[in-house]
Design a protein around this ligand. Structure first.
Ligand code: ADP
Length: 545
């Protein structure tokens, strides 16, 4: 028997409509690309998003067409998120940090009809435009008098387009499984792969982000999404903040330590989210300047493993609680979050830290298991490690335009991560399956070794890759960046320190000091580039595949 309840579609336009109706005066504050402070209300954001939808309609954009953005986190980008998806078109958020060939590949693969861009990226688009086959025009997010002198084909002014529209518009209602947005993984190997989200998956994901067991958002809070809107959907915050009615602060292009520190203080931010590289810059800045961030209550860190030393600095020095989260573009992206259980805050801090370095418990909506080489599920004992598999209503089923599904016949998606799950349900990533070091048939976790190395006072950043060994196949090579490069550094002292932190057979066979470790477009350590840089050692004259 079917139930008697109403059955309206879950659409992302409802989120902003709700925020404008229920929290009309709540503010959205931005640092613009021009460096100014901009402030307006949800009501105004809603109105302008509708003006954008009307402008796109006049340009000939129809339901199912793809409209891309190449932009920082600002109020105009926020309007694009709602205006484009709300009218039934597909929002494609492009990561400007990708290589030129990757950018033209994804624009052509997505068949973008228009690209809405910040002024910053106009020169980049000028170089790419001849290769972008499907793009009918470029909309520059600025006022008429700020339009660049560039020669982009059919270059339009965002503010002029909006000014011509009344905003008297009703969001269309349609099937909730319609495509809403498109995001490509950064593709450290091979071409980037697209994940096409639905309105339904995005709204369900927002409930999980808002929940107390997720990021726990509510309207009393000021939220600063530093994670870019072009990286894994800004971890769901653009939708979830509107759902919860939070005051939002959008940081614009400046994500260095000094800019973030003053933004947090100037706007009295309670909660924020970003990858570890952003937090390294902030912590280094606060250390050298003596500045603090006393208003900040909690921070989400994810995207890469969070070193214990980083958690400890935030919590013990600055009084900011750290919640580690794990996710992927393929998961919209939230998969798990590490929030303390009852009594955990009363444990000795070293014990709390041992829990906090884990990636946390799955949120409702994401089912998780770890499997061995025979695809059998492994026990949740915190020791057995295997491939991490997930499934759920906001997990990818098939990559965009792929013919084969991305899941097995039971709907499980292989994350490419290797993990343990402990008896309390906490998942811990030990490695990407491609990065794990296979030494004499045993696995060494590059993440654990990196985490241990950055606990040493002289080390700012560490990366571990496998290098060829004639007897053991692979042994760890530790590559480090020093906190103070001019100070003498003793490799033996680092090795002795590591001996107290990891099993003896995990100790690196070699340590290399570099001035910089390369990062991917989403701020992760670029191990492909490191393997190329240290190719002779990695391959040892023979190819390791
Ligand atoms: P991209 O693949 O484009 O860099 P994603 O954000 O989709 O971007 O990357 C997802 C991957 O990032 C995960 O599969 C995992 O390897 C890594 N990751 C995300 N969060 C964490 C975390 N908290 N700890 C360790 N690794 C993480």
């Amino acid at each position: 028997m079917l139930a008697d309840m109403q059955n309206g579609p879950l659409l992302v336009s409802h989120l902003l409509e709700h925020a404008a109706r229920v929290y009309p005066q709540q503010r959205i504050i931005s640092r613009t690309v021009q460096g100014e402070r901009h402030e307006y209300t949800y009501q105004q954001a809603h109105q302008r998003s509708k003006q954008l939808a009307m402008a796109l309609q006049d340009l000939g954009v129809r339901r199912g067409d793809v409209v891309a953005t190449l932009a920082w986190n600002t109020y105009r980008h926020f309007e694009c998120w709602y205006g484009i998806s709300g009218m039934g078109a597909i929002l494609h958020t492009i990561n400007p940090r990708l290589f030129a060939e990757q950018l033209s590949y994804i624009v052509n693969h997505a068949a973008d009809s228009y690209i809405i861009t910040d002024l910053t990226f106009v020169p980049l688009l000028e170089a790419l435009a001849p290769q972008l086959k499907t793009v009918k025009g470029y909309i520059v997010m600025c006022a008429a008098d700020e339009m660049p002198g560039a020669k982009l084909p059919n270059m339009l002014c965002y503010e002029t387009l909006l000014a011509a529209q009344s905003g008297d518009y009703n969001w269309p209602e349609f099937e909730e499984n319609s495509a809403c947005s498109l995001c490509y993984t950064s593709g450290t190997t091979g071409n980037p792969k697209g994940v096409l989200y639905s309105h339904r998956s995005s709204v369900l994901h927002s409930f999980a982000v808002c929940a107390r067991s997720g990021m726990g958002l509510d309207a009393s809070e000021t939220v600063l999404p530093i994670v870019p809107m072009f990286h894994a959907n800004a971890w769901g915050l653009v939708y979830a903040c509107a759902m919860a009615g939070c005051r939002i602060v959008l940081p614009g292009p400046h994500l260095d330590g000094a800019s973030i520190c003053s933004l947090i203080n100037d706007e009295q931010v309670d909660f924020t989210a970003a990858v570890p590289t952003v937090w390294s810059m902030l912590l280094a800045y606060m250390e050298s300047s003596g500045k603090r961030i006393d208003c900040l209550q909690s921070v989400i860190i994810g995207g890469s493993a969070v070193p214990a030393a980083m958690i400890e600095s935030f919590e013990q020095k600055y009084g900011v609680e750290v919640w580690q989260a794990w996710g992927m573009t393929e998961l919209s992206p939230l998969g798990s979050i590490n929030k303390p259980l009852r009594g955990q805050r009363d444990l000795p801090y070293a014990e709390q830290l041992a829990i906090k370095v884990k990636q946390g418990r799955a949120v409702f909506g994401v089912e998780m298991k770890i499997v061995g080489p025979d695809n059998r599920a492994l026990p949740h004992d915190g020791k057995a490690f295997g491939r991490l598999m997930v499934r759920g209503p906001w997990v990818v089923e098939r990559y965009f335009r792929a013919t084969e599904p991305a899941t097995d016949c039971d709907g499980w998606f292989d994350t490419g991560d290797v993990a343990t799950i402990d008896a309390l349900g906490n998942m811990q990533i030990t490695d990407r399956s491609k990065d794990v070091i296979k030494s004499g048939g045993e696995w060494i976790s590059s993440i654990d070794l990196e985490n241990a190395a950055v606990g040493h006072t002289d080390i700012r950043e560490a990366a571990v890759i496998g290098m060829y060994h004639p007897k053991w196949d692979e042994r760890p090579l530790l590559i480090v960046v020093l906190r103070e490069p001019q100070k003498p550094f003793n490799k033996a002292s680092l090795q002795a320190y590591l001996e107290t932190k990891v099993a003896k057979w995990w100790l690196p066979d070699a340590i290399e000091v570099v001035t910089e470790i390369p990062h991917t477009a989403t701020g992760k350590i670029n191990k492909v580039a490191l393997r190329e840089q240290f190719a002779e050692r990695v391959k040892g004259g023979q190819l390791i595949t």
